[in-house]
Ligand binder design. Structure first.
Ligand code: NAD
Length: 479
């Protein structure tokens, strides 16, 4: 069991300023699986000072982007070499099925790192322009400075890499605050960063809760906050950053819709759509939990989805056969059960699931569930449940389907399924969402990822995700 009594700050393992600890419990066995020090505001101060010194001293910022990317590449290779261990660790922290975790938690993270390693070679960090008086001018893209990275528990390493990889290529430095549920994989990241020779102070890690996180957000020596988490916390952080004119990127919640057109082949739709709704036990911001089916094919769609969801293998998340593990925390299960009750009270019908699975005396499990007869105004259709709960909503025609998809406070992901790709692509363009897909769902690491509306501000991934860590400087040169 990993038990760490020091924090990684300034390129060294240092004693914490406080005496508190964060204990991590397996969501499957409810047994303790690790422990780290609980960071305090004084630890954040120390970490920010280390990140500031590393940034201001200039060695890191003066390195060529390719040199920094070389370190990122080594980081990625070492994570890959320890993929099995890290996937198991994350499964023990948050209950993510190992079968999904190896790809969704670990390889997805290294693919992001590898994308930015490649981009560093071709991205233009300085370009010459013709000045107003015919003189020469330069447009430079400079690192944003010290970044506070705040990440959630559901995909901890991946959401970290979405920030760390472009920050490193840009030449920024970072204080990372992992969620208290998942501090153990961040300790491994620190070990690897140290081993591959990332310079002191470039990455500092302080696991802690909200109040200490807020100290990082408001710290005067931080230049930018990169946050992934709930929309409620995102609003608070945006307000705090707004008061300080601090740069901020927010990746927040979602309640995404999959539109099944009438000509879609259900035998192809269902195997893509069910994992897109239930991946990571439904604890995914991009989960497509509103399934929109025409009234003509409604019963057929409900039956096909219910059959597939009913066949999902629920159980020990470390078993490679398991498709649905426990929810991350007991309070998370309470929350999901509250939504199961709310759906029933508002008149939706449970077609499959709806309770706790039999044969799981320990662990925070809920059955994968499908509701039919769902109206888009119901809470189960409007609010992010963050559990394996799908709602099938009927629509009258394509315009109605688009209106229902857009009738949401969120706009993070989505998909359209249909026989004609051009038609489906056109319809996808009418849905107000930052990421969408046709006949499947995939995050494209070379393309920007982020939300419309309450799903966030700014973008990660793609060259746009690097630009979120750059400041523009225009230099006018003599003629
Ligand atoms: P959360 O907002 O409660 O916490 C996320 C992180 O922010 C944690 O590290 C937490 O300690 C910290 N935090 C919370 N309030 C803070 C504050 N006021 N100041 C500083 N730090 C603060 O979210 P959660 O429950 O841990 O994660 C689930 C949420 O994350 C869901 O809403 C999910 O959709 C969202 N999410 C979004 C994406 C995305 O890319 N859009 C990806 C993964 C998860």
């Amino acid at each position: 069991m990993p038990v760490e009594d020091r924090l990684y700050i300034g390129g060294d393992w240092v004693a914490p300023e406080g005496t508190g600890v964060i204990e991590v419990f397996s969501p499957a066995t409810e047994e303790k699986v690790g422990q780290v020090p609980e960071g305090t505001t004084a630890d954040i101060d120390k970490a920010v000072a280390a990140a500031r010194t590393a940034f201001d001293a200039g060695e890191w910022t003066r390195m060529a982007p390719e040199e920094r990317a070389q370190l990122l590449s080594s980081l990625s290779a070492t994570i890959q070499a320890r993929a099995d261990e890290i996937a198991r660790l994350i499964t023990n922290e948050n209950g993510s099925p190992y079968s999904w975790g190896i790809m969704g938690q670990v390889f997805a993270s290294t693919m992001v790192a590898d994308f930015y390693t490649g981009l560093a070679k071709e991205y233009t960090f300085s370009e010459e322009r013709v000045g107003t008086m015919g003189n020469k001018a330069l447009v430079r893209k400079l690192p944003v400075g010290v970044v506070g990275g705040i990440v959630p528990w559901n995909v901890p390493l991946f959401t970290t890499m979405l920030k760390l990889a472009p920050a490193m290529v840009a030449g920024a430095t970072m204080v990372l605050k992992p969620a208290p549920e998942t501090p153990l994989d961040a300790q491994v990241l620190a070990e690897i960063a140290h081993e591959v020779g990332i310079p002191a102070g470039v990455l500092n890690i302080v696991p802690a809760g909200r109040e200490v996180g807020e100290h990082l957000v408001t710290h005067p020596d931080v230049d930018k906050i990169a946050f992934t988490g709930s929309t409620a916390a995102g609003r608070k952080i945006a307000a705090l950053c707004g008061e300080r004119l601090r740069r901020v990127t927010l990746e927040l919640g979602g309640k995404s819709a999959s539109i099944i057109l009438d000509d879609a082949d259900l035998s192809q739709v269902v195997p893509a759509l069910v994992p897109a709704g239930t991946m990571n036990n439904g604890q995914a911001c991009v989960a497509q939990t509103r399934i929109l089916a025409s009234r003509d094919r409604y019963d057929e769609v409900v039956d096909a989805i219910a059959e597939a969801v009913g066949n999902l293998k629920v159980g020990d998340p470390l078993d490679p056969e398991t498709e649905i593990g426990p929810l991350t925390a007991e309070r998370q299960r309470d929350r999901v059960e509250g939504y199961l009750a709310s759906g029933r009270e508002e008149g939706a019908k449970v077609v499959v699931g709806g309770g706790r699975p039999a044969g799981q005396p320990k662990g925070w499990f809920v059955e994968p569930t499908v509701f039919s007869g769902v109206k888009n105004s119901m809470r189960i259709a409007q609010e992010e449940i963050f559990g394996p709960v799908l709602s099938v909503i009927p629509y009258d025609d394509v315009d109605d389907a688009v209106a229902i998809a857009n009738d949401s406070d969120y706009g993070l992901s989505g998909s359209v399924y249909g026989a004609d790709v051009d038609t489906a692509t056109e319809i996808a363009g009418r849905v107000r969402t930052g990421t969408t897909a046709v006949n499947g769902f995939m995050l494209e690491f070379g393309c920007p990822f982020g939300g419309f509306k309450g799903s966030g501000l700014g973008r990660e991934l793609g060259p746009e995700g690097l630009e979120a860590y750059l400041e523009l400087q225009s230099v006018s040169l003599p003629a």
